[in-house]
Design a protein around this ligand. Structure first.
Ligand SMILES: Nc1ncnc2c1ncn2[C@@H]1O[C@H](COP(=O)(O)OP(=O)(O)OP(=O)(O)O)[C@@H](O)[C@H]1O
Ligand SMILES: [Mg+2]
Length: 462
């Protein structure tokens, strides 16, 4: 771009300079010829005081009075038509590439019918103007050529060379400027892009296995912000990958236990039919547990998908009653339908039922027959709450923080049998609550026991 622009400027300057030279020469020629014409009209011979009669005398007197420019030549040509002209020079003439010696060129100028012209010579162009002098008396033999003429010639070569020199100088300066701007531009762009290269290299060195690399953050500019954002993204990615690895580890571990048990029982199984029946019962039990874990895992994997929860208008009262009926079938307890929020809400009834049944299942696991379990729903602070409250031993404070995580079980307590579960139940409840943009809370319960509450925002999809 810059090269094109600079060249255009140089070319334009050159043509303007040349046009100026041309214009100035034309003016000069016109002026000289006008002066001569005036002299022809009004000039008188200083010797006689009368008008000139001789063309030669007229030219002599005129030329003596003139001063010419260095590149200018003033000539008077006289002579018989057809013959080589005799030349009168301006006495103080200093022109270098003298035209007066070039008889051939002079003859051509004299013969030309035009009064202005350009003569191309190897030494350079000559711009000329000519004023023919009418003969004082009619010539004896009529001829096309006048008996004399005043010629002013301007050697344009010098002026043109100055213009060309200016053009060359400008080109050279432009070239240097171009080189400098290119160099500076290159260096500046390199400096600006250097941090981007650092980011790119760091990104290229990241692999799935090694997400520990971070980009050094320097300064407070956009690039630094980019690096910070990039690092924050890497932190999240690293955590996500770690969580995923942990999850796969845990899942593998959980599934290996039942497999080991099944294999052990089958290997040790003897021929006794009673023993065989017992083994089959145990093995089936383990396989059931395994398939429950697998189902739970699949459900949790599905929880990442956007269609995990499909909410619709639901009568909360009906939903709570349904959950209550299903929960009652889980065990011999003192089931109580506590309270019911009688209103409509946007929920996924199947998922909510699933979550509530999980909570009821836990409550059954942590209570003994005859203990009270309350189920209910209510509206509080514009939020909907569904809860399961049991009268069991409750959750230890140190467990409260971890039981919602996958594969995490609380510390077993005396007097309750262990659930034998994988520790996925509350993760599923949590996933369902979060699918509704809500949460699950563990609340202290009057008289001991645990209360798990699904807290769902009323306007969760608005
Ligand atoms: N109602 C409850 N009372 C006391 N402790 C509970 C109660 N519900 C859950 N917990 C504690 O929270 C832990 C995690 O519960 P979660 O439902 O996630 O797993 P789990 O019941 O052990 O196994 P799973 O549900 O996968 O069969 C339980 O191991 C238990 O220690
Ligand atoms: Mg459970």
């Amino acid at each position: 771009m810059m090269a094109v622009a600079l060249t255009a400027v140089a070319m334009t300057t050159r043509s303007i300079l040349l046009r100026d030279v041309d214009h100035r020469i034309s003016q000069l020629l016109t002026q000289e010829t006008r002066e001569f014409a005036n002299f022809v009209d009004q000039g008188v011979d200083p010797d006689t005081g009368a008008r000139f009669t001789e063309p030669r005398r007229l030219l002599e007197v005129f030329l003596q009075r003139q001063y010419s420019d260095p590149d200018e030549e003033l000539l008077g040509l006289t002579g018989a038509p057809g013959s080589a002209p005799s030349v009168l020079r301006q006495p103080r003439d200093t022109a270098g590439a003298a035209l007066y010696r070039d008889r051939d060129a002079l003859a051509r100028i004299l013969a030309s019918s035009a009064s202005f012209g350009t003569l191309h010579r190897p030494q350079g162009d000559v711009r000329w103007a000519k004023v023919p002098i009418a003969p004082a008396r009619p010539p004896a033999v009529p001829s096309a050529a006048p008996p004399g003429a005043f010629v002013v010639a301007f050697h344009a070569g010098h002026e043109q060379a100055i213009a060309a020199e200016a053009f060359r100088t400008q080109l050279a300066i432009s070239g240097v400027a171009l080189l400098m701007t290119t160099g500076i531009g290159w260096a500046v762009a390199g400096r600006i892009l250097a941090p981007v290269r650092v980011v790119r290299r760091a990104a290229a060195q990241l692999t799935e296995q090694d997400l520990t690399r971070r980009i050094p953050v320097r300064g407070r500019d956009d690039i630094a912000l980019l690096a910070e954002t990039f690092n924050a993204m890497l932190d999240r990615l690293e955590r996500a990958f770690a969580a995923q690895r942990q999850f796969v580890d845990d899942a593998g571990h959980e599934l290996r236990t039942p497999i080991t048990i099944v294999r052990g029982h089958l290997e040790l199984m003897g021929d006794d039919p009673a023993e065989q029946a017992e083994t089959i019962r145990l093995v089936t039990d383990e396989l059931d547990r395994m398939s429950r874990i697998v189902e739970d895992l699949l459900l949790l994997a599905k929880a990442e998908r956007p269609d995990f929860v499909t909410p619709g208008p639901v009568q909360l009262g009906e939903l709570t009653a349904d959950v209550f009926v299903k929960a009652r079938a889980l065990g011999e307890r003192e089931w109580v339908l506590d309270g019911v929020a009688d209103r409509e809400a946007e929920l996924d009834p199947q998922r909510i039922t699933q979550a509530m049944v999980q909570l009821a299942q836990n409550a059954v696991q942590h209570t003994v027959p005859g203990q009270r379990i309350r189920i209910g729903s209510r509206e509080a602070d514009g939020r909907i709450e569904l809860y399961v409250a049991d009268s069991g031993p409750g959750v230890r404070t140190e467990d409260a923080a971890v039981i919602f995580e996958r594969f995490r079980r609380g510390t077993p307590r005396r007097g309750t049998r262990t659930s034998g579960g994988a520790g996925l139940g509350l993760s599923i409840v949590k996933a369902i609550a979060e699918g509704h943009r809500g949460r699950v809370e563990l609340r202290p319960t009057e008289g001991g026991g645990a209360t798990f509450v699904l807290v769902l925002e009323e306007d969760h999809d608005r």
